[in-house]
Design a binder for this molecule. Structure first.
Ligand code: SAM
Ligand code: SF4
Length: 466
């Protein structure tokens, strides 16, 4: 008997293809039943996801989008959490053919920021008004190894500028051992984020041609090790454009089910980056399976319906127009004002090539004004993390929909903090208008809580949350 690789129990390609063949053919029967189930906001099964992935009829697409909008609104209201990536190092020992940081790429100047430089980058982000940072690094650290990252996290938390500071550091770094993950948890990270890039083994092998990252299984089981080490906020993702997106979203469902079965909870977030052009990468300029803007919107809507309580993160890679449309369909977190080259904030952009090219170059103030003018509340909230409401505790609060009564006031108080301390006059005006309208539309109890919190912020108190 041929023994099966244990990770094939997590991602079983044959099951994905069978589900797509049986349910993803695009015939219209059953779509409305799936949408009715989806509107209950209790999530979907893989077969349902396959049904939705095959929909092409314009009327059904618009019904699907309106279901996604309803679920998004029900759970997340009109909040959008804002963060900035902080690239500390572009040293890397891997050969991911799509990434500018790959080891053999000579077109990129290698740089690992010193702790002083990381402090300066943090200060620059704090001065823009950021409260949440995603630390990003290539897979090779200066001599101190993981300690370099742990020290960097400590520096970010320690750095203050005026009345501001970073209150949550999420990290996107290469997979670690259980013991190393324990040390990372000890550094008080928020979410540990890692993307499988593609769940399709053949494609994975074709695009990862050197270094540790060639090991698909080590990467796939990273979240198991993180959870075993006690990190209960994890973020997964796919780099869309490498392989068929329908396969990838069913694989995401399998990965989520595996974590739910084994650890009693799924990921906190799913990221949906699309392949962008990168210096020194032909592959990045010619994605093997490009995902159109239309399909990207479908992906966001299907994921929102499939896992209603899992945050969806969209990066700065997308253009402002597409970002706007995606908020309504299900995106709950976005990056803003980003630089993807180490040192890019304190140098005012710098001349070094970033990891990939950005679709949105606007500063935070402009993004915030734009979001507010669309009726979305930019949130800098970090309350759950600071109150220890992570993993199971977060899900217990989130599932019955109770989270809204806390998140909305928290979003408003952190938004007001931003408006008072960092915003331009035009952004402050747009923001104050939105706060007034949002308060007026709130249920009485929530309005009372939010009103008291906002009053404290206006009196000069900072970091007010419930
Ligand atoms: N080095 C670690 C790793 O590979 O997991 C973490 C940092 S890596 C810079 C973060 C993510 O950037 C990768 O997981 C990949 O999805 C994304 N990325 C790399 N090249 C990209 C490109 N050309 N366009 C969009 N995203 C890209
Ligand atoms: Fe290195 Fe990560 Fe880029 Fe791959 S994606 S080359 S591991 S930084």
């Amino acid at each position: 008997m041929v023994s099966r690789n244990p990770t094939e129990e997590i991602i079983t390609e044959s099951a994905i293809w069978e589900t797509l063949k049986a349910h993803g053919r695009g015939d219209e029967t059953g779509v409305r039943d799936v949408l009715a189930k989806a509107r209950e906001a209790k999530g979907l099964d893989p077969e349902d996801v396959a049904v939705l992935s095959g929909v092409s009829d314009p009327d059904l697409i618009s019904e699907m989008f309106s279901a996604a909008k309803a679920v998004k609104e029900k759970i997340y209201g009109r909040r959008l959490v804002i963060f900035a990536p902080l690239y500390v190092s572009n040293l890397c020992g891997n050969e991911c053919l799509y990434c500018a940081f790959r080891a053999r790429n000579r077109a990129v100047r290698r740089r690992a920021l010193s702790m002083e430089e990381i402090g300066r980058e943090t200060e620059a982000l704090v001065r823009q008004g950021h409260k949440r940072v995603l630390l990003v690094a290539g897979e090779a650290y200066p001599e101190r190894g993981l300690d370099y990252i742990l020290d960097a996290i400590a520096v970010i938390y320690r750095t203050k500028s005026g009345r501001g500071e970073i209150r949550r550091v999420n990290v996107n770094i290469a997979p670690l051992s259980v013991e190393e993950f324990r040390r990372l948890k000890g550094a008080h990270i928020g979410t540990y984020q890692l993307f499988q890039e593609t769940y399709h083994r053949g494609t994975y092998a074709a695009v990862h041609v050197g270094g540790k990252k060639r090991d698909y299984d080590w990467r796939l089981t990273a979240m198991d090790r993180a959870m075993e080490a006690g990190i209960d906020d994890v973020g997964i993702g796919v780099l869309f454009g490498l392989f068929d997106w329908r396969f990838e979203i069913l694989a995401l469902m399998q990965h989520i089910r595996h974590l739910e079965r084994k650890y009693g909870m799924g990921p906190h977030t799913i990221s949906v980056p699309r392949l962008e052009p990168a210096t020194g990468s032909d592959l990045a300029s010619h994605p093997p399976k490009p995902v159109s803007d239309f399909d990207f919107r479908k992906i966001v809507a299907i994921l929102r319906l499939a896992v209603p309580y899992t945050g969806i993160i969209m990066s700065t890679r997308e253009t402002p127009n597409l970002r706007r449309e995606s908020f309504a369909l299900g995106v709950s977190q976005i990056s803003a004002g980003s630089r993807t080259n180490p040192g890019g904030y304190s140098s005012g952009g710098g001349e070094d090539a970033g990891q990939f090219s950005l679709g949105d170059h606007r500063p935070l103030d402009e993004v915030v004004r734009d979001i507010a003018s669309l009726g979305y509340i930019p949130s800098f909230c970090t309350a759950c993390y600071r109150l220890g409401r992570t993993g199971h505790d977060f899900m217990d609060l989130a599932r019955p929909g109770e989270i809204r009564s806390r998140c909305d006031p928290n979003a408003l108080s952190t938004f007001l903090e931003y408006l008072l301390d960092y915003a331009s006059p035009a952004t402050r005006q747009a923001g104050e208008k939105l706060i007034g309208e949002t308060l007026a539309a709130m249920p009485d109890r929530e309005r009372e809580i939010a009103g008291k919190m906002l009053a404290k912020v206006r009196e000069g108190k900072r970091d007010v949350f419930c």
